[in-house]
Ligand binder design. Structure first.
Ligand code: PMP
Length: 729
């Protein structure tokens, strides 16, 4: 049999079997195999007949043909990979590894300690360099994520972990089983002097593959190991990340091997379980894993900070006008792509937060920020390439004549600036705004936001705004075309009463806070013409819908076949890093250049620009706009399937992964506010994040990170169905 570094022959004699190994005679390999033999000799008394024993007489013998050979005893047994993994077997695995590591602890030998090879987990970076060879960007991000998590959360302490000689590859084809128990371990070719915990981490990465509950399987092994070889708290805390690290090292190596052997199906097939496990592993909250491993080692859970304490301090130090989501607020601890982890170890499926566009903590974005902030963070009064590069890339996404960009740090600052620009350009003050629209928290932002000034605590419309009635075809009970006619005419009537000159019109293409309501088809074309005729500018607020979320369209205005004079950008632009921007025409930018400097201390800084670039890069690499389109279509189809059984699902609307589900009373179509709130809170109890909005708070808002996939949609639909069934029974 071909091995990694040797040819292997089984020698069968009447009473005994042996394994003959032939190696290329390089000094390095010779030295290492000598050390390996020393380790096997060292372990032999404790693991008699359970590990290969080097036959002294031929050890290691150099042959004339430039090879050297060694003879080992043959260890019989079935492969761990080929047997059912019941509790007893898993316990025996933990016990066996514990015994092995007990025995190997005091082995030390210079050549062995100095060895540095790519399967030794402490030298993970040797395989990490193969990361670019992983062709699928969505898979690559997963591996990159875990490397980054390891480096951020473990690496520093890891350097101080206790070390020992370990087998280093207790995978399911090296472990042997007899009578339902682990009975042996072969192939010490990857043995190394490494942090001791790597032994267990590597074994676990294989032992839990394919398990319906990988954490529970891991817990059983850890518990049995700990009874023989007590684990330390820092090792248990690192274990979740080290299991992932081993899987990452393995799939990186497969990617490289595929490059060497492009026609080999074997590599693709054999790496599949590792990918499956990585995808499962990321849905496990690391806190849950840590608690499970500590419990296996009879250590209590650690509590970093208590939710009740967080709530109390929040009330003490922060203003009461800040709100908290859900009847039972969530103490958040971390996040990965479409998952969020709370302090209690739960994993939430995020179907709601639209800001982490390409996924929470996406490694490409995080690393772009880390690298940039470690180098230089300054402001637009200096020259640096990040600003101009990002401006160029962003503007390439917008149609002519939109060709000048102003960077800010949030959507509010951007909408405020957009209105100021319109006012400067036209010399007029008056704005048309959309009923139920929201544009920001600045003084001007509130004046432009019917959602705020018309709501609780609001002061009503200022004299400088005219409110355009919302062209909501569903509520109007008309066709989109008829709705457009009615609502464009209504606005025309209101404007006729208005004698002030017009500065502009601001609206979202799909009104988010209004309840995810797409402006009826053709409406913006009519209104833009009306506004321009009166000398006003047209502003599109793309803060919620922009950057590919709508699937078919990169920008919301494309959906309506219009080109605005000014575009407002925010939220997803920096994938949670605070960014905003205004994009406009050269003529408007020139008019705004009236002698007063425009300056934002942080807008356009090199760190933000690097992050913005990374977001665009990931959108492209992972084809996330297309994913939003396909997943959105699937989502809408699955929701529509539910409508006949649940007529409370009044309207299902939106585009891509920007959806609204309007809950109604079936008998009279009135808004079902209480039902929407029940669903929101029940979903939260079932670890799915969704929210409600609209003037009656009866619309479920669905706007997940764009990596949300059809399995995630299925989870959402299953839970929604169960909640509705329980509600109506
Ligand atoms: N415009 C729209 C459409 C928004 O939804 C928001 C935020 N909800 C803003 C502007 C303001 O953005 P920010 O909160 O980043 O200031």
């Amino acid at each position: 049999m071909e091995g990694y570094e040797s040819e292997n022959y089984r020698l069968d004699f009447e009473k005994e079997r042996f394994v003959l190994k032939l190696y290329a005679n390089t000094p390095e390999l010779f030295r290492f195999v000598t050390s390996e033999d020393a380790l096997l000799h060292h372990l032999a008394p404790s693991l008699k007949d359970q590990i290969p024993y080097p036959i002294q007489a031929v050890h290691p013998k150099v042959n004339d043909n430039g090879t050297f050979s060694r003879l080992l005893t043959f260890i019989p047994g079935q492969f761990f990979a080929e047997v059912d993994k019941d509790e007893v077997l898993l316990q025996s695995l933990g016990h066996f590894l514990g015994k092995l590591n007990q025995a190997s602890q005091d082995f030390s030998q210079g050549d062995f300690i100095a060895r540095r090879h790519r399967w030794d987990l402490q030298h993970y970076y040797l395989n990490r360099s193969y990361l670019p060879y992983i062709k699928n960007a969505a898979q690559r991000k997963l591996v990159d994520y875990f490397f980054l998590q390891f480096e951020t959360k473990v690496l520093e302490q890891y350097q101080g972990f206790r070390r020992a000689a370990i087998h280093g590859d207790a995978n399911d084809w090296n472990l042997l089983v007899r009578n339902g128990q682990v009975s042996g371990l072969i192939d010490f070719g990857d043995a190394c002097y490494s942090p001791l915990i790597n032994e267990l981490a590597i074994a676990l990465a294989y032992a839990v593959m394919g398990a319906s509950d990988p954490l529970q399987v891991a817990q059983t092994v850890v518990s049995a190991y700990h009874k023989v070889m007590p684990l330390e708290a820092n090792e248990l805390a690192a274990l979740y990340y080290l299991v992932a690290l081993r899987l990452c090292v393995s799939v990186c190596n497969s990617a490289f091997s595929k490059l060497q052997q492009p026609d080999s199906d074997y590599i693709t097939i054999s790496e599949r379980p590792a990918w499956d496990l990585l995808e499962r592993w990321i849905s496990i909250n690391p806190i849950k894993a840590k608690t499970a491993f500590r419990s296996a080692a009879e250590m209590p859970a650690t509590s970093d900070s208590l939710p009740a304490e967080l709530l109390r301090k929040r009330q003490e130090y922060l203003g009461g006008s800040l709100s908290l989501s859900y009847q039972e607020p969530i103490p958040m601890a971390g996040a990965a792509f479409q998952y969020m982890y709370d302090l209690d170890g739960n994993t939430f499926l995020d179907a709601y937060n639209n800001i982490p566009l390409v996924g929470h903590c996406h490694p490409t974005v995080v690393k772009a920020g880390q690298k940039a902030i470690a180098n230089l963070n300054t402001n637009t009064r200096y020259l640096y390439p990040e600003l101009t590069e990002y401006a160029e890339q962003l503007l390439a996404k917008l149609p002519a004549p939109l060709s000048k960009v102003f960077f800010l740090n949030c959507g509010s600052a951007a909408s405020d600036l957009a209105v100021r620009m319109a006012r400067t350009y036209t010399g007029a003050e008056h704005m048309i705004i959309m009923e139920h629209g929201y544009h920001g928290n600045t003084t001007t932002g509130i004046q432009m936001s019917h959602y705020k000034f018309n709501g609780k605590g609001g002061q009503g419309a200022s004299k400088d705004v005219t409110v355009a009635p919302l062209p909501d075809a569903y509520r109007a009970g008309q066709s989109p075309k008829a709705t457009t006619r009615t609502y464009a005419d209504l606005l025309k009537e209101r404007l006729a009463l208005q004698s002030e000159p017009l500065a502009g019109f601001i609206a979202e293409p799909i009104v988010g806070c209004g309840g995810q309501i797409p402006l009826s088809a053709g409406y913006l074309q009519e209104v833009y013409a009306m506004v321009r005729e009166k000398g006003g500018l047209c502003i599109s607020d793309e803060v919620q819908v922009g950057f590919g979320r709508l699937g078919e369209y990169f920008w919301g205005f494309e959906m309506h076949g219009v080109i605005p004079d000014i575009v407002v950008l925010g939220k997803p632009m920096g994938n949670t890093h605070p960014m905003g921007a205004v994009v406009t025409t050269a003529a408007i930018a020139e008019a705004f250049n009236n002698g007063m400097e425009f300056f934002s201390s942080f807008g356009g800084n090199p760190v933000s620009c690097s992050i913005g670039q990374a977001v665009l890069e990931v959108l492209e690499a992972e084809q996330l706009q297309e994913q939003a389109r396909l997943t959105g279509l699937y989502f809408q189809a699955r929701l529509r399937e539910l409508q006949p059984d649940f007529p409370c699902l009044g309207d299902i609307r939106g585009s891509g992964l920007f959806l609204g589900i309007e809950m109604i009373e079936p008998k009279d179509q009135k808004p079902a506010t209480a039902l929407a709130a029940t669903i929101k809170n029940e979903m939260r109890r079932r670890f799915i994040l969704v929210s409600t909005d609209g003037p009656y708070d009866n619309v479920l808002k669905v706007k997940p990170p764009l990596c949300f996939n059809t399995q995630n949609v299925d989870t959402f639909i299953t839970n929604l169905t169960e909640i509705l069934q329980a509600f109506f029974n």
